[in-house]
Ligand binder design. Structure first.
Ligand code: CDT
Length: 321
């Protein structure tokens, strides 16, 4: 990794979670999160990334009604009594965090959400997942469901960036990481660190994708996105076999050079840390990815004008053969 002379260091931890089974209580899960928060603090981290939907099993794999899902898996407030011990530990240790959970709003709307919590345990930001994968219908012949499109609405908060703990931080969630617009929306707001949690099933129910590609695509999008946007990335999995349904691990911290600087080794609860040098991102933003100097948004209009791929545009006369 390229080194800069003026280091602006930030203690980052990623807390990977092993499986959360259907029978596991919220209290037991939060105890695991608190233990990892303490380990991260002992290793000089001041911010911890926890996974997507960290408090329960990955419930969109099960067919059920929306009412059943709300009853068992959604949070009506954040924090709430079950999660309060995590907030108490964060305040005691002076460690901020990212936490993914299923959000039920006061007016009954459902989102796949993450909160950004500062070192005083105050919620300073909220992100709602934009790129919801899967389907909303029952697929009885599939080995499991992926019902995010049934249980959640598309996020309505955009891709904000917050200044907290003296750095610019952005958030996204799981499938968002596969889409270049996610990262660029935040790097155009000078994000220095982008954090995410994920639950990535090892098998794709939509086609027979070789299992090794699941991890390969996870790595390639994180490494390319870190480099192309000159940001640090912290990505936390919930992984291993939840009641027989396996999900990939490979939680990691990726530098703006695209290099992986820390990576989880197993599929259980595991804390990885790095003292990240924020000036490394500045270096990349000043040179190859100096956006103000090199971008040409007028040439990229289709990116915001079209959703799906359509016909080629009429060629400008000088582009014709
Ligand atoms: N949780 C989540 O977003 N999972 C998706 C599965 C994609 S299936 C095509 C992911 O991007 O990992």
């Amino acid at each position: 990794m390229t080194q800069t002379s003026r280091a602006r260091k930030f203690g980052l931890a990623v807390a990977q979670m092993g499986p959360v089974h259907l029978a596991d209580s919220r209290q037991a899960v939060v105890k695991r999160l608190v233990e990892m928060l303490r380990e991260a603090a002992a290793r000089q981290a001041t911010f911890v990334v926890f996974p997507e939907l960290a408090l329960t099993t990955f419930f969109p794999r099960y067919w059920m009604t929306e009412e059943e899902a709300v009853e068992r898996y959604f949070e009506r407030a954040m924090p709430n009594a079950d999660v309060q011990p995590l907030f108490d530990a964060a305040r005691e240790l002076g460690v901020g965090f990212y936490l993914g959970y299923a959000e039920l709003t006061a007016d009954g709307r459902r989102f796949n959400t993450a909160v950004l919590v500062d070192r005083a345990a105050k919620v300073v930001g909220k992100y709602r997942k934009v790129h919801l994968p899967g389907h909303d219908d029952h697929k009885p012949d599939a080995p499991f469901q992926h019902l995010e499109k049934k249980f959640f609405e598309v996020g309505n908060l955009g891709f904000p960036v917050w200044n907290t703990q003296d750095i610019n931080v952005g958030m996204c969630i799981c499938n968002d990481r596969r889409w270049p617009e996610t990262w660029r929306s935040m790097s155009l707001q000078s994000a220095e660190l982008i954090v995410l949690g994920y639950n990535t099933p090892s098998w794709n129910i939509h086609w027979t994708e070789p299992v090794h590609l699941r991890t390969f695509h996870h790595e390639i999008v994180l490494q390319a996105s870190a480099y192309q946007n000159a940001v640090w990335i912290g990505a936390a999995a919930k992984c291993g076999s939840e009641d027989g349904f396996h999900m990939i691990g490979s939680s990691m911290i990726v530098a703006p050079s695209g290099e992986i600087v820390a990576r989880a080794s197993g599929e259980e609860d595991e804390v990885i840390t790095a003292q990240i040098d924020l000036d490394l991102g500045t270096t990349f933003r000043q040179h190859v990815f100096n956006f103000a100097k090199h971008r040409s948004p007028d040439q990229y209009r289709l990116i915001v004008e079209r959703t799906g791929a359509g016909e080629p545009l009429p060629l400008p006369p000088e582009a014709r053969g």
